[in-house]
Design a protein around this ligand. Structure first.
Ligand code: NAD
Length: 435
């Protein structure tokens, strides 16, 4: 069996190189510059655990690019967090913000820890110390964290409070987004990524590229990951009449041909800690979930779930990448050959950073927008970004290989990256390289 790399930096470079090759006139030195992070912070600090023992915690904050404005990116708490993963996710943020037209650059943070075994007090001590260590890096106008896997509004509240204590006398709310509503958070932020996936999918389906899926009603949807993003997406698609046939979390997945009610699944998970075991469902593994008979597959968990070995077995006609980096380049090529469309991560899950930006704007103005205002603006941003990528895909002249791309590449990832990289490259040159 052909092997492939799961190195996130190598993969992001492959994707970048493929897209950059389609942009004429990019100087080699500029391409090189855009591949590297602007700053990488690797931090170790001690934390006292509840039982009196001391543990060393390793953390990262990578700032990839700030051409368009302050760097923006979530903070992930997970045992698998490492520098390569955080770096590739920081790059993804740069392209995501550039693609949807948000005046932010890209960053990402990660803390190597297992939130499932840490107490709230331990999590609070880790978060506050991490914020202290980053207190000269993060700031409302330079670098702005947000939630990601296994971090939430409470984590953001601790970050805000610690930073505010270190920088008294200023409006520090914009230093972090994804805060609780009662502490400068935006209405709709928690739901933004999942809802953004819905808006992106609706706009994509309106292009009628997939004749058998012209609307969501009765469309069969499978979702891997039932956390913040996956659960919200499940509810949003369900409300549109889609049939949610499979759902999963880190303990495994469930399948029902008749369709699942995500509200009932959520109630079950709250009581039992997992979706596995919901009555009248068949248990499936997370691997098997990706291959169930469905129309739309939404990976909403971790990276590289769709790879060379399983891409041929995927039955979905459309993959909506709620998670970051869920598909490897080898899988992309297979899916493309098979005519499976992919709404790539930098487009599909851009709703989160979009409403983070709205939160930041509200914080600066000391305002709180109505939920309808937030969602209406989100819907417009997502639809405009899908239109942009679709129009490029249909009409943009890529020069030498133009015919080849149009004839053989239903590849929205490359097109989205072309738009984003070109925007960042053009802005870099407009600002000028000095001294
Ligand atoms: P979360 O921590 O709230 O949920 C993660 C979910 O994935 C949980 O249900 C967990 O049980 C499940 N999971 C973990 N490992 C798994 C595995 N190996 N197989 C199947 N399921 C597994 O995180 P989230 O905020 O929902 O983020 C999910 C994905 O979406 C991540 O890739 C994240 O980078 C991406 N994302 C999140 C946001 C956001 O606003 N939170 C924005 C953009 C992208």
């Amino acid at each position: 069996m052909k092997t492939e790399t799961f190195d996130p930096v190598a993969i992001s470079e492959q994707q970048f190189n493929k897209a950059a090759a389609y942009i004429t006139g990019l100087k080699a030195g500029l391409i090189d510059y855009l591949k590297y992070p602007n700053q990488t912070h690797i931090i170790h600090f001690p934390v006292e655990m509840d039982d009196g023992s001391i543990e060393t915690i390793q953390c990262f904050r990578v700032i990839h690019n700030r051409i368009f404005g302050p760097s923006k990116g979530g903070i992930r708490y997970h045992l698998d967090v490492n520098q390569a993963e955080v770096t590739s996710l920081a790059k993804l943020m740069t392209w995501k913000c550039a693609l949807v037209g948000i005046p932010f650059g890209g960053a990402k943070g990660g803390v190597v820890c297992n939130t499932k075994v840490l107490s709230q007090n331990e999590l609070q001590r880790i978060t506050r110390r991490f914020t202290f260590e980053l207190s000269k890096v993060i700031a409302p106008q330079s670098d702005i964290p947000a939630p990601d896997m296994y971090t939430n509004e409470q984590t953001m509240a601790w970050i805000y409070d610690t930073y505010n204590g270190l920088n008294p006398g200023h409006n520090n709310y914009p230093v972090v987004t994804g805060k609780p509503i009662g502490l400068g958070g935006s209405l709709g932020r928690r739901e933004a990524t999942g809802l953004g996936c819905l808006f992106a999918t609706q706009q994509f389906l309106s292009k009628a590229l997939i004749p058998s899926i012209l609307e969501l009603k009765d469309t069969r949807v499978a979702i891997q990951g039932f956390g913040n993003v996956g659960a919200v997406a499940a509810k949003a698609f369900y409300k549109q009449g889609a049939k949610i046939v499979a759902l999963s979390d880190s303990s495994g997945g469930i399948y029902s041909e008749q369709g699942l009610n995500p509200y009932e699944v959520m109630a079950f998970k709250q009581e039992n800690g997992t979706v596995v075991g919901v009555p009248n469902t068949k248990i499936v593994s997370n691997e098997a979930l990706l291959e169930v008979d469905c129309d739309i597959l939404i990976p909403a968990a971790t990276a590289f779930q769709i790879h060379h070995a399983n891409a041929k077995q995927i039955k979905a006609k459309l993959i909506v990448e709620a998670a970051n980096n869920p598909t490897t380049p080898a899988a992309d090529a297979i899916l493309q050959r098979r005519g499976v469309y992919v709404i790539p991560d930098i487009l599909a899950n851009a709703g989160g950073v979009t409403v983070s930006y709205f939160e930041w704007v509200q914080n600066h103005a000391n305002e709180q927008w109505a939920l309808e205002t937030v969602n209406e603006k989100l819907q417009k941003k997502m639809a405009a970004a899908v239109d942009l990528v679709f129009d490029y895909w249909q009409n943009y002249s890529f020069s030498p290989n133009d015919a080849l791309i149009k004839a053989s590449e239903p590849n929205f990832r490359t097109i989205a990256l072309v738009i984003a990289i070109k925007r960042v490259a053009d802005a870099t040159l407009l600002r000028g390289i000095w001294p």
